[in-house]
Write a new protein. Structure first.
Lengths: 157, 594
């Protein structure tokens, strides 16, 4: 009778096996999820890093091109070239006696050349690599769930 | 579950646990082994970082209005990756004549056997313009289409030919202002340095700091990009248009007067800025390696700062200013000129070997009387005279910011090579040697109300994206402002009275001619002279000082005939460039504005 009673209230063996299997697999699934999340973040981070590297080389190339174009412009506007072009379109240097001076209201004369801004003309530059790409998973977790929640609840108690 | 099922699970579990433990054990063993450390270090060196030798772009040089005087352009090194060369004769045929390459040499290079330890890459040529490389690239592509991977050795192929871009110094103005700019030895790609002028003086600034950078290959390790600042760019005080005008006029004058060479300096006495500095000879800076051919027999690269010479009568400006400042003489002091002056065991004569009778100080300067100035120096006394000369910086470097400045030691009382007669010879510019920049700087004190400014060519530095303007520096105040004004006025009158060839219509100019005899075999004579003129204007508000020196003119030995007209021709155009209207026009403009 006792055996019969127990049998009535026991779960089916396949259910118990499934539960045991589920309990034992749960940590594996949890670890798998963390790994997957880590992989996604890492992959994004690596992609961003590679992009930065690529942009670094692009920047070097652009700076080189700027230098080259600036020099080309220098050659095209050199003294002799400008003289040739001026003569070609009918200009010539007048004798000093032919120069007339006149007052132009408001004209202050040619100002000093300013090829770059003077010191203190702008604020400090932003960091090159965004902080977002330097976060560890833990940093992200703390920033997202702990720091933000504290801030939302009113900050310091 | 029966007993046999449980024991099976225990066995499997034990086996898996044992395997896990073994794996952990092996991991710990590997981690702790010395081989692991070696391998780890090797992997770090090989794969963690890419080491890049970075040579920052050399800074540009601009004139005062931002016009490029020195920049950088791209050129290519062409070489052979021997492993991939399939047809050496095609390479030799294609490259024959490019940058003076010879077929035989190219073929020899291209036929070298590939050896991974010894022979991987061979340089064919360098500094190839981008246009030539574009053509080469097209030919290579065409051959590649016709003969992919150069598989058929009988068909033409340029496989193995590679090219790498790099920057090369470039001077768009060629020889213009070459004496000021100097040059960078860009053909020595690793060890290039600046020679002469600005390129030498500011070499460290222009070059920046070449450095070895570690670029992480692992993107996770990329925390910040290596920052390699480019070399600083420089803005000079030189005005390209004025420099070109002065160089042309100097060349013409030297040719016309059949002289050996000449120098012209234009500076702003108010702040020491050098607006133009012309010297001979000059070179095309893009072919700087021809310097040795052009500057034979120790010819200075820039005579304006490196060649010392006896200045002659222009030096009288300094003697007279010293005497007037010390109160030894004034404008009205009268000197009875006998035509000869005995002092210190020697006799000095006037340039015409004649006496000129009673002369005031203006007359002495106007007629450029050596005897009078010798007397003035003795009135001043040797101690005071040399004190003033040292205050003017005679015998000392001006420290102008150009590479290669030279001086000649100035003997003063107490030195073993000083004799009493030198007081009187020095008073009219003989027995003393100066560079043109030294004399121009000293005289600029008279033009600038007694204040002597440091001569310089640097107006601004551009570094890290910011422009830092330089400030003028005072070298000293050798004379009082009233002395400077009185002497300037005296020199205006003396020029006007002698109807000098230096006069510029419409402008009041102060100035002094100089004719210094050059000793030949120890004897002075008028066969060979240094003709010079120093002048500044407008006299009431000097904005420019022009110093002209013509060496050994054959048409006429006199500064008043050779140097003064060149001064006038230069100033006539200079006032236009500097927007200085003639006095009549200024009066009209003031009247209209009133």
């Amino acid at each position: 009778m006792t055996n019969k009673f127990k049998q009535a209230y026991q779960q089916a063996p396949w259910r118990r096996q499934l539960r045991s299997f589920g309990i034992s697999v749960l940590p594996v699934i949890a670890i798998g999820l963390v790994i997957a999340l880590y992989l996604v973040v890492s992959a994004q981070s690596a992609a961003a890093g590679l992009q930065i590297m690529g942009m670094h080389y692009d920047e070097e190339e652009i700076l080189r091109q700027i230098a080259i174009h600036r020099t080309e412009l220098g050659w095209m506007t050199s003294y002799n070239e400008m003289q040739k072009r001026a003569r070609k379109i009918g200009y010539d240097i007048p004798p000093a006696e032919a120069v007339h001076f006149m007052t132009i209201p408001g004209y202050q004369g040619q100002g000093a050349v300013l090829i770059a801004p003077p010191p203190g003309a702008d604020a400090q530059g932003a960091p090159l690599v965004n902080e977002f790409y330097q976060q560890s998973l833990w940093d992200w977790f703390v920033d997202t769930f702990l720091v933000d929640s504290t801030a939302a609840s009113g900050g310091v108690k | 579950m029966n007993k046999s099922g449980v024991s099976r699970l225990i066995v499997i579990g034990s086996l898996l646990s044992a395997a896990s433990l073994l794996i952990v054990f092996q991991m710990v063993r590997i981690q702790g082994s010395t081989r692991h450390q070696e391998l780890s270090r090797w992997a770090d060196e090989q794969y963690s970082y890419a080491i890049e030798n970075y040579y920052p772009e050399r800074g540009n040089i601009y004139d005062r209005w931002g016009r490029l005087l020195a920049g950088n352009e791209d050129v290519y090194e062409v070489g052979l990756m021997l492993q991939y060369v399939t047809n050496p004769s095609t390479i030799a045929q294609t490259m024959d004549g490019v940058n003076d390459l010879i077929y035989k040499d190219i073929l020899e290079n291209a036929s070298k056997a590939y050896d991974p330890k010894k022979s991987i890459y061979a340089v064919l040529t360098d500094f190839l313009p981008s246009g030539v490389v574009d053509v080469l690239s097209e030919i290579k592509q065409q051959y590649e289409i016709e003969n992919p991977y150069g598989r058929d050795s009988k068909k033409p192929s340029l496989r193995g030919v590679v090219w790498y871009p790099h920057l090369k110094r470039s001077y768009p103005e060629n020889s213009l202002a070459s004496n000021i700019i100097g040059f960078y030895s860009f053909r020595d790609r690793q060890d290039g340095i600046g020679y002469y002028g600005v390129e030498e003086y500011y070499d460290d600034l222009l070059a920046g700091s070449p450095m070895e950078t570690f670029m992480p290959r692992n993107p996770y390790m990329l925390e910040g990009l290596p920052e390699v600042p480019a070399g600083a760019s420089l803005v000079l005080t030189i005005d390209r248009e004025i420099q070109a005008m002065v160089e042309k006029k100097l060349d013409d004058a030297v040719k016309e007067n059949e002289a050996d060479y000449g120098v012209v300096i234009i500076m702003d006495p108010r702040n020491g800025e050098i607006l133009a500095m012309a010297s001979q000879p000059r070179i095309n800076l893009n072919q700087y390696w021809e310097t040795e051919d052009q500057f034979k027999d120790k010819t200075p690269y820039n005579r304006a700062i490196s060649e010392t010479y006896e200045p002659g009568s222009v030096f009288k400006v300094l003697t007279m200013s010293a005497a007037m400042d010390a109160g030894a003489v004034d404008e009205k002091t009268i000197f009875n000129d006998p035509g000869r002056f005995e002092y210190g065991g020697g006799i000095v004569y006037n340039w015409d070997r004649r006496g000129h009778g009673k002369q005031d100080m203006q007359g002495c300067m106007q007629k450029s009387l050596n005897v009078c100035l010798a007397w003035v120096a003795t009135e001043l006394g040797k101690d005071k005279f040399y004190e003033y000369m040292q205050a003017y910086g005679i015998g000392r470097m001006t420290n102008v910011d150009l590479g290669g400045e030279k001086i000649w030691p100035f003997s003063v009382p107490g030195d073993s090579d000083w004799y009493p007669i030198q007081l009187v010879t020095n008073s009219f510019g003989q027995g003393v040697a100066v560079t043109p920049i030294q004399l121009a700087t000293s005289v600029s004190a008279v033009a600038n109300g007694g204040k002597m400014m440091k001569p310089h060519v640097l107006k601004a530095i551009i570094q890290d994206g910011k422009q830092y303007n330089t400030s003028p520096q005072v070298l000293g105040v050798p004379i009082k402002p009233e002395t400077a004004h009185a002497l300037s006025e005296m020199l205006v009158k003396s020029l006007a009275n002698e109807t000098s060839l230096a006069l510029v219509p419409g402008y009041t100019i102060s100035g002094k001619t100089g004719t210094a005899e050059i000793p030949v075999e120890g004897k002075y004579g008028t066969d060979q002279t240094n003709a010079s003129f120093v002048g500044w204007g407008p006299a009431d508000n000097p904005q420019f000082l022009v110093y002209v020196w013509i060496a050994r003119p054959k048409k006429s030995p006199w500064g008043s005939v050779v140097a003064a007209p060149l001064f006038r021709d230069i100033v006539k155009e200079l006032v236009v460039y500097l927007d200085i209207p003639p006095e009549t026009a200024q009066n009209n403009l003031v009247a209209k504005e009133g």
